[in-house]
Design a protein around this ligand. Structure first.
Ligand code: NAD
Length: 373
């Protein structure tokens, strides 16, 4: 029996090695595609190509008796690797005549990310961080674009402090809130103004499939090339007014981060044994704990700034707190009927999204379980 098993295991090893060789071959081909895209300024992520390729492989997998979801999982993971390595090839310079680009706060996390992406795209980048203010006037004197990437609570002040910029210089910010920085930029500069919010952190690896929200400020024709450049980096652009952006971010960022913070605070005050929780956790709890824990691996100031960036955020969090109390009162009264009624109301409100989220989360949960050591 041992000999039989060993023979089969040897064959599996050989098959895995063949897969490895094929993966290496695929990565080489992708690298060549990267070269061609880089030369021609084509986006690294093309949704239609990805969708049609996956549809074909799924059909072929089914015909071959391989689960369609398996080939899709494998290919999506392989493609993620390809997007990251496509960054190494560099990108086409869409605006070769632009004068130097200055990143204020360029030594920070987002500043470094944009410095790298801009340099990979052939632009000349200068950094104006805390220590460089004495040279600020000379650094921006011939700037084609100035990008503000300082902590949120300093953004308006730094914009007001900028030396005069050339009239045609594009003034951009990357701040996670949009209304106040955009107003400050419009007041400080009479030339082109653009508000950007990259909806991802600096550890994302690649911009492929990431969302960047943009808010028009002034003279949009002057910065279309920059929006296209961000698309070439693989990101998806989404336009919004600064008001609409901030209203949505109250939910996407302020409320969510605060709820996560409160949950982490509670675990800490209860002094739970995280090791025990992890040992006993279901995949969904492991994923939830990871989402809570990752907040505390990041910058407290950034989250304090995001949550407290507007009185509207605090009002929203207070409404959440009140609803939490109302929902708790059902439990205190042992009123299962009211709880179930509330549950049904929310269920109806989510509608088809509930099923969609169920399907989407299923694959995430499987991945969380796969990663278990
Ligand atoms: P960070 O703290 O890593 O970097 C900020 C940089 O600004 C630092 O290098 C700091 O030295 C510099 N700085 C501080 N005061 C300055 C001054 N007076 N003049 C010049 N430079 C100064 O912060 P970050 O995470 O890179 O965030 C920067 C911006 O990007 C923020 O507006 C934030 O909202 C936005 N943003 C961050 C993330 C994220 O996940 N980190 C995501 C999206 C948007």
């Amino acid at each position: 029996m041992v000999a039989e098993l060993n023979a089969l295991r040897d064959k599996i090893d050989e098959t895995d090695k063949a897969l490895l060789a094929l993966l290496a071959q695929r990565m080489q081909l992708v690298a060549e595609v990267g070269e061609v895209k880089s030369q021609h300024g084509l986006p690294i992520y093309v949704p239609e190509r990805e969708a049609s390729m996956l549809a074909s492989r799924r059909a072929e997998a089914e015909a071959a008796g391989v689960p369609a979801d398996l080939i899709e999982d494998v290919l999506r993971r392989v493609m993620r690797e390809s997007y990251t390595s496509e960054n190494d090839k560099g990108f086409k310079t869409l605006n070769p005549t632009i004068r130097p680009i200055v990143i204020v706060g360029g030594k920070g996390k987002m500043g470094q990310l944009f410095e790298r992406m801009l340099q990979l795209s052939g632009y000349q980048v200068r950094i104006l961080d805390k220590e460089e203010w004495e040279q600020a006037a000379s650094l921006v004197a011939d700037a084609g674009m100035v990008i503000i990437s300082v902590p949120i609570h300093l953004t308006e002040q730094v914009i007001q402090q900028l030396p005069p910029l050339p009239e045609d210089c594009i003034l951009v910010d990357l701040c996670s809130v949009k209304k106040a920085p955009l107003q400050a930029m419009m007041a400080a500069h009479t030339g082109p103004v653009l508000g950007l919010h990259p909806m991802f952190g600096p550890d994302s690896g690649s911009l492929a499939k990431q969302v960047v929200v943009w808010c028009d400020g002034r003279y949009p024709e002057a910065y279309q090339w920059f929006l296209q450049q961000i698309e070439v980096w693989g990101a998806r652009l989404h336009s919004a007014t600064a008001d609409a952006h901030d209203q949505n971010m109250a939910f996407i960022q302020a409320l969510r981060h605060f709820a996560t913070f409160a949950y982490g605070l509670h675990l800490c005050e209860e002094n739970v044994d995280l090791k025990q929780l992890l040992a006993l956790s279901s995949p969904i709890y492991r994923l939830e704990l990871a989402m809570v824990g990752r907040l505390f691996a990041q910058d407290a100031q950034l989250y304090a700034d995001i949550i407290m960036s507007s009185p509207d955020n605090i009002a929203l969090i207070k409404r959440y707190y009140a609803r939490f109390g109302q929902a708790l009162s059902h439990l205190e009264k042992g009123d299962k009927a009211s709880f179930i009624e509330s549950f049904s109301t929310v269920q109806a409100w989510f509608g088809d999204y509930a099923e969609t989220f169920m399907t989407e989360s299923r694959s995430l949960l499987k991945a969380a379980n796969d990663n278990r050591k």
